[in-house]
Write a protein that binds this ligand. Structure first.
Ligand code: 5RP
Length: 226
């Protein structure tokens, strides 16, 4: 799948999930390039009269939603009916997220939603998850968490910025360790181990999160419930 075919697949996946959103609902707005297609599609529906409110999962999602004209709200004000979000990898209902460093807020919003619709291109689907797991850490905990990750069999790497000297700083002011565990046959066990580490704000393993997965191709979309 070349880059333009992949982009088309992402667009189809995002638009397919957006088409499921019903009038009068509150929608969690995911992060990344595939979720961005869904947000823009929802914006076009709002132009056409669809009455929804969005809860963005990141600075990026908020910017796109404002540009698309979607009225915004917060988790302090209302519950979430449905969230639409991308993934870096999925094996069915389990996901690795956080390629954009937004997984902490994504997990809060996606977990709060009655239903999570995952949108992806086919390159993200695997039998066993093996994508490096992003872990957002409090800055003071980056060395102790990295040491603990090594003890759990992972290789941590501090995420560095492209257009700034030094590390990527998350939307929440924290650092991100990309942790390569190789194949992860027991994502639930690893997720529990990572959540127990002092200083971990959130990790990118979303175990049993997806209610529905929309996988786009260059010509079509497949929708399934894991
Ligand atoms: O988890 C995410 C951001 O934190 C994204 O959903 C994930 O990285 C997928 O992004 P894309 O749709 O651009 O491939």
């Amino acid at each position: 799948m070349n880059q333009s075919e992949r982009e088309e697949a992402k667009r189809r996946a995002g638009e397919s999930a957006a088409a499921e959103v019903e009038d009068g609902t509150v929608v969690g707005l995911g992060s990344g390039s595939t979720a961005a297609h869904a947000i823009r599609a929802l914006g076009r529906e709002v132009d056409g009269g669809l009455d929804i409110e969005g809860i963005p999962t990141s600075f990026q999602a908020r910017e796109i939603a404002i540009d698309a004209g979607i009225p915004l709200t917060t988790l302090d004000e209302t519950a979430v009916d449905v969230a639409i979000d991308g993934a870096d990898q999925f094996d069915g209902a389990d996901l690795v997220k956080g390629g954009g460093g937004a997984h902490a807020r994504e997990k809060i919003v996606d977990a709060a939603a009655d239903r999570l619709l995952v949108v992806a291109d086919p390159t993200k689907e695997v039998d066993v998850l093996d994508y490096p797991v992003p872990i957002e850490v409090l800055p003071d905990a980056r060395t102790t968490v990295a040491d603990a990750v090594r003890r759990l069999g992972g290789q941590p790497e501090l995420r560095r910025a492209d257009r700034k000297s030094g590390p990527v700083v998350s939307d929440n002011g924290n650092l991100i360790l990309d942790c390569d565990f190789g194949a992860m046959p027991d994502p639930a066990g690893l997720a529990a181990d990572l959540s127990a580490l002092p200083g971990v704000v959130e990790h990118g393993l979303f175990v049993d999160f997806a209610d529905e997965v929309h996988v786009g191709t260059e010509t079509d979309v497949t929708v399934f419930e894991p």
